[in-house]
Design a protein around this ligand. Structure first.
Ligand SMILES: C[S@@+](CC[C@H](N)C(=O)[O-])C[C@H]1O[C@@H](n2cnc3c(N)ncnc32)[C@H](O)[C@@H]1O
Length: 275
C-alpha cells in the first residue's frame, strides 16, 4: 500500500503516527534495497579493522556487508524483531556483529566510537534530523565519515507512497504534516552538517524495482511495515479495495516493462567528512 521500500519518501511523514518496523515482513523490502546497500558500502571505502556503525540496520544488510569486509561492526535499530532477524543471519555466517536496540536520536554508543556511520535509508526516518546529525557526529572518530542513502523525489513508487499517505490522512482526518527534511538535497545537508564542520557530497544512483507483474509488486509491497499500518487504517474505514485499485493504477501507469513490472528508483549516496 505505501510501497515496498517507501521509495520516494524521505521520512516517516507519509503515514501519520509512529511506525512499528517489526510489523508485516520488512524482509521483502530489504531484499530490494541490497543494491543500494552495496553502493553505500562501496562509497564508504571500509578498511578491515575499522569500527563501523550500521544505523537503522533493519535486517542488517549493511552490517553484514561491513562485517564480511572485515570491519568491527555495530548495528542499531529500534525494531527488536528486525534486530533478531539480523542477529540470526550474522550467527549463521559466524560474523561477530554487535546488535543494539536504539534510536538515531540517542545512540547507545560512547563519543568517537566509530570510524564510519553508515545508514541505508535508516536515519532518514528519524523525525529530528538536527538531533540525528548531532548524534552521528558525536559517535564519530575525528577522521571518520558518515555515509547514508536517501531517495530522490519522484517515480511511480514514490507517487504511490504519497497517495497512500494522503488517503490514510484523509481517512483519519489528520492534518498535513510539515514537509520532511530533504535528506537527498545537498544544500539542506550542507547546512545540517556545516555546524559540525563536515562537508557533504552526494552521488546519484539508480535501483530497479522488479516483480513478475504490477499486481505481484503490490502484493509484496503490502508486507512493508508502513503498508501494513496504512492498510489497517484504510480497511477500518472500508477503503481498502479502493486504495488498492488506486495504488495499482499508479504502478501500472509508471511501469517501465511491457510484460512484467519494472520501476527505476533514484537515490543518492551522501558522504559527510570533516572539512
Ligand atoms: C527502510 S528501513 C532500512 C533498513 C535497512 N537499513 C536496510 O537497508 O534494509 C528503515 C529502518 O530504519 C529504522 N528506523 C526508523 N526510525 C529510526 C530512528 N529514529 N532511528 C534509527 N533507526 C530508525 C527502522 O526500524 C528500519 O529498520
Amino acid at each position: 500500500m505505501t510501497g515496498g521500500v517507501a521509495a520516494g519518501t524521505t521520512g516517516p511523514t507519509s503515514t501519520p503516527g509512529a511506525i512499528d518496523w517489526g510489523l508485516g515482513e520488512y524482509e521483502w523490502s530489504a531484499s530490494a534495497l541490497v543494491p543500494a546497500a552495496k553502493a553505500l558500502v562501496e562509497s564508504a571505502h571500509l578498511v578491515p579493522g575499522e569500527h563501523v556503525l550500521d544505523l537503522g540496520c533493519g535486517t542488517g544488510t549493511v552490517a553484514l556487508l561491513a562485517a564480511r569486509a572485515g570491519a568491527v561492526t555495530l548495528a542499531v535499530d529500534p525494531a527488536a524483531r528486525l534486530l533478531e532477524v539480523a542477529r540470526i543471519q550474522a550467527e549463521h555466517e559466524r560474523l561477530d556483529i554487535e546488535f543494539l536496540p536504539g534510536d538515531a536520536a540517542s545512540l547507545p554508543l560512547p563519543d568517537g566510537a566509530v570510524d564510519a556511520v553508515l545508514s541505508n535509508f535508516g536515519v532518514i526516518f528519524c523525525p529530528d534530523p538536527v538531533v540525528a546529525a548531532k548524534e552521528m557526529v558525536r559517535v564519530l572518530a575525528p577522521e571518520g565519515r558518515i555515509v547514508i542513502t536517501a531517495w530522490l523525489p519522484g517515480g511511480a513508487i514514490g507517487q504511490m507512497n504519497h497517495a497512500a499517505g494522503e488517503m490514510v490522512r484523509a481517512a483519519l482526518g489528520a492534518p498535513a504534516p510539515p514537509p520532511p527534511f530533504a535528506w537527498h538535497d545537498t544544500k539542506a545537508l550542507a547546512t545540517l552538517f556545516a555546524t559540525h564542520d563536515l562537508t557533504v557530497t552526494a552521488e546519484p544512483h539508480e535501483l530497479a524495482f522488479t516483480a513478475p507483474s504490477p499486481e505481484a509488486y503490490l502484493e509484496g509491497a503490502s508486507t512493508h511495515p508502513m503498508a501494513v499500518m496504512g492498510i489497517g487504517v484504510l480497511e477500518r474505514f472500508g477503503q481498502g479495495e479502493q486504495a488498492r485499485a488506486r495504488m495499482l493504477a499508479i504502478l501500472k501507469d509508471g511501469n517501465e516493462s511491457p510484460d512484467a513490472f519494472l520501476n527505476t528508483g533514484r537515490f543518492v549516496v551522501v558522504t559527510a567528512v570533516r572539512s
